[in-house]
Design a binder for this molecule. Structure first.
Ligand SMILES: Cc1cc2nc3c(=O)[nH]c(=O)nc-3n(C[C@H](O)[C@H](O)[C@H](O)COP(=O)(O)O)c2cc1C
Length: 219
């Protein structure tokens, strides 16, 4: 059974551009793959595991144990939540993420999910290499489709000091998912969603919808 994990990172529900586009994506995907299982994780509605003082301590305790060849630490306390979310991610054959830009970056609930699943010693293995260290992401062999939106338009490149507004949303998501092992990362970017209603806006909406449907055909 092929499993798709859908991470929804806007709280906007029906009013959300990214959730609406992700639903259009999933409608096309379901038509093509009626037997695939889709697990929906609405990040603003679910109780994400807490990751605080205990989790941060356990992260390094686990890294030390794994590095010393003793194997992972017991999944208890905050670390049990980490293990459960990492297992959910590992079960997924494909991942769909929809997320708005918030303050040039990502909504805090998505950052919480990332801080729960992205750990050296768990989703990234650390190995010595040429006198230094090499990081090997473990969540490999599955595509990630990102559907992102921002109120303003941003260049599709790493942000520069000279930019008035910096896109740390796309740059960060691309970096962190590559860090944990993803290499097939696909993007539909809806921008500028701040454009007021009218024919230009309608044309943009139609273009975003066309792009997500095409992306779903290939997913
Ligand atoms: C808290 C908050 C912060 C935002 N920050 C930015 C920003 O830094 N840059 C930008 O271009 N748009 C920003 N926006 C606009 C959203 O990215 C835009 O409205 C997007 O379409 C929202 O997606 P959604 O409808 O799927 O939630 C912000 C919106 C909110 C609610």
């Amino acid at each position: 059974m092929t499993r798709v994990l859908y991470l929804e990172a806007s709280p906007g529900k029906e009013a959300s551009v990214t959730s609406r586009l992700a639903n259009a994506f999933l409608d096309t995907y379901r038509e093509k793959n009626p037997d695939h299982e889709i697990e929906h994780l609405p990040l603003f509605e679910v109780d994400l595991p807490n990751f605080g003082q205990e989790g941060a301590r356990q992260k390094f305790e686990n890294l030390g144990a794994v590095t010393a060849g003793k194997g992972p630490i017991e999944a208890q306390g905050e670390w049990a939540g980490v293990m459960a979310e990492v297992e959910r991610l590992k079960r997924a054959d494909k991942v769909l993420l929809s997320a708005p830009m918030w303050n040039f970056s990502i909504p805090w609930r998505l950052k919480q999910w990332i801080d729960v699943v992205a750990h050296i010693g768990v989703t990234v293995v650390v190995e010595p290499k040429d006198g230094g260290i090499s990081y090997i992401g473990q969540i490999t062999g599955r595509p990630l489709q990102m559907i992102l939106a921002s109120g303003s338009p941003y260049e599709m490149r790493f942000p520069l000091e000279s930019d008035d507004k910096m896109d740390f949303q796309r740059a960060y998501l691309d970096r962190i998912f590559r860090f944990i092992g993803f290499s097939d990362i696909r993007l539909v970017k809806a921008q500028p969603t701040g454009m007021p209603a009218g024919p230009k806006r309608d044309a943009l909406e139609a273009e975003w919808e066309k792009q997500v449907k095409q992306a779903a055909e290939r997913f």
